[in-house]
Design a protein around this ligand. Structure first.
Ligand SMILES: [Fe+2]
Ligand SMILES: [Fe+2]
Length: 190
């Protein structure tokens, strides 16, 4: 019978998160390269560095709990990354593409925040202060990454709203741009 304790739930959560973070280590370089704005590129590159550290902290948490550091397929993050891939392959350009990338990355961050918040609470109540503080540290960085994306979105969204090149054609809001609309030059702010 499956171990029904909260401790076993915590270990399962950490394994899910371990796979989640390692998926992000693989995905983030491509997303950073696709971004049009140098500010967004460097924010994503910075967060990639932090993500390596998130993987390392989870390994430390496994060690602290004396369990094997292994991942378990995180289907939630797989789906979010699949959606993100659609944004990259959509044909949008410039600030509109960046607005899409930011929205996709914020879904990632919000998922991570929820995962770290829950696992942190479980580590606290189970009496694993070292694990709790490792999770809390990462949670703080995920929140900061989300706040940074909010900040970037202020400018990017304004630029995207006035960009008639990358935006969906008039009357077809919410749809992907037609091939003919994608061939026009990106705005000079790129
Ligand atoms: Fe992370
Ligand atoms: Fe993150």
């Amino acid at each position: 019978m499956k171990d029904a304790t909260l401790h076993s739930l915590l270990v399962e959560q950490l394994r899910d998160m371990y796979h989640m973070e390692r998926q992000l280590v693989r995905a983030l370089p491509q997303v950073a390269r696709a971004a049009a704005s140098p500010d967004l590129q460097s924010a994503l590159a910075d967060h990639l560095e932090q993500t390596h550290e998130h993987v390392r902290r989870l390994e430390e948490a496994f060690e602290e709990l004396d369990v094997a550091a292994k991942g378990k397929t995180c289907v939630g993050m797989q789906a979010i990354l699949e959606e993100g891939k659609e944004v990259l392959e959509s044909g949008w350009e410039g600030p509109v593409l960046d607005a899409g990338i930011i929205a996709a990355c914020q879904k990632v961050e919000h998922d991570e925040i929820a995962a770290y918040r829950a696992a942190h609470a479980h580590a606290v109540v189970l009496g694993f202060p070292v694990v709790a503080s490792l999770l809390e540290e990462t949670l703080g960085e995920e929140k900061a990454a989300d706040a940074g994306l909010n900040e970037l979105a202020q400018t990017v969204n304004r630029e995207a709203a006035s960009d008639t090149v990358g935006a969906a054609p008039e009357g077809r809001t919410g749809e992907k741009p037609r091939a003919a609309d994608r061939t026009a030059k990106a705005p000079s702010s790129r």
